[in-house]
Design a protein around this ligand. Structure first.
Ligand code: GLA
Length: 371
């Protein structure tokens, strides 16, 4: 049995298919090379101590021994405690004394799945340390349970599966009702295209009520229509939904589901450069029908389009966080510049702008020595 294990887990960008993963719809995320690295090592005194290097997440040290029951704890260390709890629940392995060291380049709360990366990294490293033999999808499921039952966010399964299963130059098509996945080639660079992440630096807390509220509206719509999954609805069904707000939310789910299938068709036909209008339509639907965008996200998307991006949209839960823009390689610099200018004109903090390409998922690293 090893004394130490290190795992590196990417963040994710969702190309398209937003707020579909709790509606049984298809989603199309990919991994990005902003990563969280987790090292777990046994310690003799029985304590469970977490340290973070403060790069992507807050710097500090926390003892999580008292945070191992669902609902307890706060701050970033809570996600680590949640993952420890979920690993023990799933495997029956007792949690030994541990030092858990986090190094991260993935900004927290930026809509790039920092929490899923952290939880999956902790579960994967504990799995290796305790030799509990979980598969990548099982690690994803365990991390999902941590997020739902310990942290208390009623999220869907997209983020955890995406960060575990991502592959370089591919997006992961996830059927969120069966959890079946398929790797879809996304060789943007070969087509002279580039995706830009535009982090508004407005921090969202998915744990707040807005996410749960959207989910509740979708469930109300499905119940009214007599469906298990709202993504099975079609546009005729929408007229049968009585509440106008619930109807609008459902309209996003119906239109977004159609956009994902159209995007999958384009990507499979090796025509990723034609995705732009679908991305922009997705943003409009999220802003107007689902109402999860923000002024800063709209500004980033508008500035990117104005500077010649082929399409742009918010990505992730919304309410702040990041947007993405699909650009030709030639246009990238101009788009980034324009977005920075528009933020400065509006008196906002400089956005974080990162060119990304689809990167590999969770991987084991050679263990590092704990300081
Ligand atoms: C967050 C959740 C995901 C998903 C997205 C919106 O990232 O964790 O499960 O619902 O929001 O698509």
């Amino acid at each position: 049995m090893s004394a130490s294990a290190t795992w590196s887990v990417p963040g994710r960008v969702n190309l398209i298919g937003e707020h579909l993963d709790y509606n049984g719809g298809p989603v199309l995320p990919f991994g990005i090379d902003l990563r969280t690295e987790v090292t777990v090592s046994r310690r003799a005194d029985g304590r469970r101590v977490v340290t973070s290097d403060g790069l992507g997440i807050a710097e500090g040290t926390a003892d999580i021994t008292q945070q191992l029951t669902p609902g307890s704890g706060d701050g970033w260390a809570r996600y680590v405690a949640a993952a420890c709890w979920a690993h023990a629940e799933a495997t029956g392995a007792a949690l030994p004394g541990l030092t858990i060291q986090i190094r991260s380049t993935l900004p927290i709360g930026a809509g790039l799945s920092s929490s899923a990366a952290l939880e999956c990294g902790v579960v994967a490293a504990l799995d290796e340390l305790a030799a509990t033999g979980l598969s990548a999808p099982e690690i994803a499921r365990c991390a999902l349970r941590a997020e739902r039952e310990h942290v208390g966010v009623p999220c869907g399964p997209m983020d955890q599966l995406a960060v575990m299963l991502a592959a370089p130059e591919h997006a992961v098509l996830i059927d969120t009702r069966t959890l079946a996945t398929e790797q879809v080639p996304l060789p943007l660079a070969r087509h002279d295209h580039q995706l830009l992440v535009m982090d508004t630096r407005v921090r969202h807390a998915v744990a707040d009520g807005a996410y749960a509220d959207r989910r509740a509206s979708c469930e109300a719509a499905a119940t009214e229509l007599g469906l298990t999954w709202l993504s099975d609805a079609d546009s005729d069904d929408l007229t049968r939904i009585t509440d106008p707000v619930v109807r609008r939310r459902a309209r996003h789910v119906v239109s977004e589901t159609a956009r994902v299938w159209e995007a999958v068709r384009l990507v499979r036909a090796d025509r990723p450069g034609e995705l732009g209008p679908l991305l922009t339509a997705s943003h409009r639907s999220l802003a107007e029908d689902f109402e999860v965008s923000s002024a800063e996200l709209d500004l980033a998307v508008g500035a990117a389009l104005e500077a010649g991006a082929l399409g742009a949209r918010m990505t992730g839960a919304g309410f702040g966080g990041s947007a993405i823009a699909l650009c030709t390689t030639r246009a990238v610099e101009g788009v980034a510049e324009r977005v920075r200018e528009r933020f400065a004109d509006a008196g906002l903090a400089e956005p974080g702008i990162y060119p990304v390409r689809p990167a590999g998922g969770a991987r084991r690293e050679v263990p590092r020595t704990i300081r």
